[in-house]
Write a protein that binds this ligand. Structure first.
Ligand SMILES: Cc1cc2nc3c(=O)[nH]c(=O)nc-3n(C[C@H](O)[C@H](O)[C@H](O)COP(=O)(O)OP(=O)(O)OC[C@H]3O[C@@H](n4cnc5c(N)ncnc54)[C@H](O)[C@@H]3O)c2cc1C
Length: 495
């Protein structure tokens, strides 16, 4: 490439600034200029405050330490999500889906074997909380930071203030040479071949580039509106399309996990930050009104008498049929969104950027590898969707039509049907998933957490030999409790 290559990112939400930073990093040895254009009339979505462990890798790639960004973004560590009330018939009021740490190599096999033994009707320990170390950290509100002499890597993600993270990322991107302009994109001009030629702002200025990156949120101004790439909705198996948000004061006990609690027509999150707790109720407008949702959230939070204003959001759940089309790549909400359960949106943004950068450089800054790149991104979206859909399909609540309809919903992908079939046939789910060998964020242990956490088991056999419980035989509780002595409360270890 001899000519300077111009990349223009439209949108200054988390996706836009993440992209600006990662492009600056990945393309630093190439003659590329990166400009981010954003409107100051269209606000960012202003939510999205929980991450997966991939955010750790994001900061590592950029050479940014926790101590540099976490205090600026009121961030806390996250080691798990605790689910409450999704499957009352299991007899467990809650279970955890922790991030899987290196220490779990000692216990994962026992978890799989016990889950299979339980599927054969024998009464053995199957709670995910018992088998996975991060659950112990979450229960005791311990920081995941290890002392230098602790030989195992502990996985963690973060909770953070989305607005403050955006500001931090902007500052860093500008320090890396990214250019910034404030403008309202009003129109998109196309070349005769259908590629984007220029963006036109409200003063009729034209912004030219070789590559345009659509980070305009649910608007999807470039990819879906201008280039007319179709959008495939997931609404036939993910019913939620609205959220109401209401913060509460910070929890002084400094939890290290997100709470996800099922309510009558959806679920609420509680995300503990340093300066507040972020709360939101994600629900389906087909089953309850905004007023009912707000009242239910306030009741859940004990804020019925409180007149702090709530904020409502609409969600468009699904994905664009192509994430990269012609000379336009969409990232963030403009490429698609799989509702916030499991907090995977920024993880998918990061993955999309990685796949794109690899393909773009390999194709010498052309669209040569566009098809395979799109296949990878779409595959990841579909796999995440299946994992989320399973939370609704397997619920055992009977308190509303919403939960019954979710349980009776038969719009399931072939992949999800095969996973459930393997489980209910009492076959080895870990082996099945490894043989399918398609990359997904949610591996065998995550699936075991979900299925065992939901108590998706047959009734107990009449004869119980009383042996074969690997949790007890391997004395995993005392092993993990011993390990826990190396970890301090998060309240003492925040940078
Ligand atoms: C209820 C809810 C909860 C969520 N929870 C999580 C979570 O826990 N974890 C997670 O990872 N993700 C979560 N997400 C997703 C997360 O919020 C988004 O993925 C993330 O914030 C990125 O958003 P964005 O940058 O794509 O879009 P936005 O934040 O909407 O930004 C869009 C940008 O485009 C600009 N723009 C729009 N139109 C124009 C125009 N015409 N001209 C110029 N600029 C324009 C705007 O000014 C803005 O800067 C959640 C989303 C929702 C709805």
């Amino acid at each position: 490439m001899s000519q300077p290559h111009r990349i223009v990112i439209v949108g200054g939400g988390t996706a836009g600034w993440m992209a600006a930073n990662l492009f600056a990093h990945h393309f630093k040895h190439h003659p590329v200029t990166i400009t981010l254009a954003e409107s100051d009339n269209v606000p960012t979505v202003g939510v999205g405050e929980g991450s997966t462990p991939s955010l750790k890798q994001f900061f590592r790639d950029l050479g940014i330490e926790d101590a540099q960004w976490m205090p600026r973004c009121q961030a806390t560590y996250k080691v798990a999500i605790q689910f409450h009330g999704w499957s009352p018939a299991s007899g467990n009021s809650s279970y955890r889906h922790p991030f899987i740490s290196q220490l779990d190599t000692f216990s994962e096999r026992a978890f799989y074997v016990n889950s299979q033994t339980r599927r054969l009707g024998l009464d053995v320990t199957t709670s995910p909380d018992a088998f996975l170390f991060n659950s112990y950290l979450a229960e005791q509100k311990r920081s995941p930071l290890t002392p230098d002499n602790f030989p195992f890597r502990i996985e963690y993600g973060y909770h953070f203030d989305a607005g403050l993270l955006g500001e931090f990322l902007k500052e860093h991107a500008l320090s890396q040479g990214v250019r910034h302009t404030v403008c309202d994109v009003q129109d998109v001009a196309l070349h005769p071949n259908g590629d984007i030629r220029a963006l036109i702002d409200s003063n009729d200025n034209e912004i030219h580039a070789e590559l345009f990156v659509d980070c305009t949120g649910f608007n999807s101004l470039l990819l879906q509106k201008a280039l007319k790439v179709p959008f495939s909705s997931f609404s036939d198996n993910l019913f939620n399309d609205r959220a109401v948000v209401l913060p509460t004061p910070a929890d002084p006990s400094a939890p290290v996990e997100t709470q996800a609690t099922a309510l009558s027509a959806g679920w609420t999150w509680a995300i503990p930050l340093q300066h507040r707790t972020g709360n939101g109720y994600v629900y389906s407008s087909q089953y309850i009104s905004d007023d009912q949702a707000e009242t239910e959230l306030r009741t859940h939070l004990g804020m019925l008498e409180d007149d702090a204003p709530a904020r409502f959001l609409s969600m468009k759940v699904g994905q664009a049929d192509k994430h990269w089309y012609r000379n336009c790549l969409a990232l963030g909400l403009s490429q698609g969104f799989i509702e916030p359960l499991e907090a995977t949106a920024l993880h998918l943004v990061q993955l999309s950027i990685r796949f794109f950068c690899e393909a773009y450089v390999k194709g010498n800054f052309t669209a040569q590898h566009q098809v395979s790149c799109n296949q990878k991104i779409t595959g990841h979206f579909n796999n995440v969707r299946d994992y989320i859909v399973a939370h609704y399909k397997l619920n055992t609540r009977n308190d509303s039509a919403y939960w019954r309809d979710n349980r009776n919903n038969m719009h399931l992908s072939e992949n999800l049907l095969q996973i459930l079939d393997t489980w209910y046939r009492r076959e080895d789910l870990a082996r099945f998933l490894s043989e399918k060998s398609h990359a997904t964020h949610f591996g065998a242990t995550s699936w075991h957490c979900l299925l065992a956490g939901y108590g998706a088991f047959p009734g107990l056999a009449p004869e119980q030999p009383g042996t074969g419980d690997l949790f007890k035989e391997h004395q995993l509780a005392s092993f993990f409790n011993g390990c826990l002595l190396n970890f301090s409360p998060q309240s003492q270890r925040l940078p």
